[in-house]
Design a protein around this ligand. Sequence first.
Ligand SMILES: [Fe+2]
Length: 246
Amino acid sequence: MSIFSFDFNRSSLPDGFFEGACDIHSHLLPGVDDGFPTEEKTLAGLAFMERHGFKKLKMTPHFMKDNPQNTREAIEQKFKAFLDEHGNAVPVELTLGGEYMLDACFPDRFAEGFLTLDKEHTLVLCETSYMMADPMAREMIYQIMLKGYQPVIAHPERYMYAAMPLYKRWKQKDYLLQLNLLSLAGAYGKPARDKARELLKEGLYDYVGSDLHRIENVDQMLAAIRLSTKETDLLAQLLENNKQLA
Ligand SMILES: [Fe+2]
């Protein structure tokens, strides 16, 4: 059965659903990771988000061993250079964060200080391998929590090794969970979509992000999101939670 098949109990998101919203996860900083490659495309991406109602947006480039050039200092310089050049043309309020892979480069990023999601500098957006659980990842999270940080696990629904018992253990350990919006459209396949719906209904998510890497097909994906009234209300609450980080 197609993931786009009609669902009688669910509807599209209402018009204006993202009006005034704040995005906390995106790859719009140009030319630093697998997201937007050029400043022109970034400006088009920012205009796209503004058209959908977003007022604030956090750029969260990848920090991982595949992008060793992305030190905190390098990313802060690129963010400042982008704002210096294009700040007047940017239609949304921009802030800088990061998405930290729990891999071999994580201790270096920890040592230089994280670019966090919140003004209090405690919330660290973390991701793990999609394929398999890594015991070292758990240890890395333990170490940052000892220093007062709180992990926000990016797109838990996408991890193939993870299911509801693990998600509940994460929440018991005070990890926060961030939904990828387009998981609800089936952008990462039916298993991720079904887990996203279940996590949403169980009230286990704390925040929602676009994880935007490009804008091609995103309108179609947004139109493919089908939620029940209750799920729509729960998603709206996550957008409210996002505003606390703005
Ligand atoms: Fe991401």
